[in-house]
Design a protein around this ligand. Structure first.
Ligand code: UDP
Ligand code: MG
Length: 339
């Protein structure tokens, strides 16, 4: 195993990253050239950038660089999936373009993979430079999703990770349109291990995240990996009915014994508004799931490719031509050949 050579694919989703791309390419090449036993390729997935990112990538003019130019902006999760669909390496590394994930960590990820792990994810040591609110909401999110779902999504991880061939093949089988990648990575299982690292601030350009997007991201996480919220209405309803029953007995008793005159308009209002709110909330939750069901039922392809430039590594295998969509190939769950 020691002197065996292997192939490596690095997948980079790119959306308006013109400022960082040259530095990224330089650092990636330095690291990858240092890997003596690897034949490698970098796949840049241009996710409908509106700046000149695509031009910059095309000008790298390196046969080891593959470009997947998506037909429009599909979002990072899908851009990553497009990269994974076209990756041919024995191991595949997914990395952000903005250099928040240091390429210099890749050899360490590979080391773990060679030790026999299928998913090696980079885990932030500290969330420096983030606000208290961001940290707290993140912690709450993970606590909730761990309670509600059986899929254990590791905390403080982004998408920066290495996947073995069989983990990639497994991921390719998951064609859901609502893609919560962190959850999907965890869902495939196999042996997973964390490699701690220091997450850098963004090198240049600006983050595409806002609290509203984070909230929707969290919703995606819950609805993709748990149906517990759907059951909530049942229990809230049961509890309310039980409370109402006890209340009815009390009222009945009070009226019989003390002949209580009719009062309590304000308390009635409170009860009506409370129950109305709870009912609307339950409906909304059903709506969240129904909407996703609607999107999945349409069976649209995950993405469309405008142009595909294969790398030397990719050129060796058969590829879908431009304008076609990548279909998942059947997973080969072989244990050997990975490392
Ligand atoms: N990205 C993408 N499509 C999008 C948004 C982002 O491919 O619609 C890419 C982006 O170019 C970067 C990575 O996803 O490589 C992470 O984006 P960003 O830095 O904005 O996210 P953050 O690091 O703040 O979570
Ligand atoms: Mg970033």
């Amino acid at each position: 195993m020691e002197d065996q050579t292997f192939t490596l694919t690095v997948v980079v989703p790119v959306y308006n990253e013109a400022e960082v791309l040259p530095t990224l390419q330089h650092r990636l090449i330095t690291v990858l050239d240092g890997l003596l036993k690897a034949a490698w390729e970098i796949i840049y997935v241009n996710d409908g950038s509106t700046d000149n990112s695509l031009e910059i990538i095309s000008n790298f003019n390196d046969p080891r660089v593959a470009i997947i130019d998506l037909s429009r902006n599909f979002g990072k999760e899908i851009a990553m999936s497009a990269g994974l669909d076209h990756a041919h390496g024995d191991a595949v590394v997914v990395i952000d373009a903005d250099l928040q994930d240091p390429p210099e960590l890749i050899p360490e990820l590979i080391q773990k993979w060679q030790d026999g792990y299928d998913v090696v994810f980079a885990q932030r040591i500290a969330r420096d430079g983030e606000t208290w609110l961001k940290k707290t909401t993140a912690r709450l999110f993970y606590r909730a999703i761990h309670t509600l779902s059986r899929v254990k999504i590791p905390e403080n991880t982004g998408d920066f990770r290495l996947l073995s061939r069989r983990a990639v093949e497994a991921l390719r089988l998951l064609r859901e349109r609502h893609r919560f990648m962190k959850g999907l990575f965890a869902w495939v299982g196999f042996t997973q291990v964390a490699v701690p690292y220091q997450r850098e601030p963004r090198f240049a350009g600006k983050s595409k995240w806002s609290y509203w997007r984070l909230w929707n991201f969290a919703l995606e996480g819950f609805t993709s990996f748990s149906i517990a919220p759907l059951k909530l209405a049942t229990y809230v309803g049961l509890l309310t009915a039980f409370g109402a029953f006890i209340g009815a007995i009390l009222v009945f008793y009070k009226t019989l014994i003390f002949g209580d005159p009719v009062r309590g308009y304000p308390s009635l209002m409170v009860v009506i508004l409370f129950l109305g709110g709870v009912q609307l909330m339950a409906l909304g939750m059903i709506g969240e799931y129904l909407g996703r069901l609607f999107n999945e039922a349409k069976q649209r392809p995950l993405y469309l490719i405008n142009r595909l430039t294969p790398s030397i590594l990719q050129g060796k295998a058969e590829e879908p031509g431009p304008g076609t969509l990548a279909k998942p190939r059947n997973a080969a769950f072989s244990n050997n050949g990975d490392n």
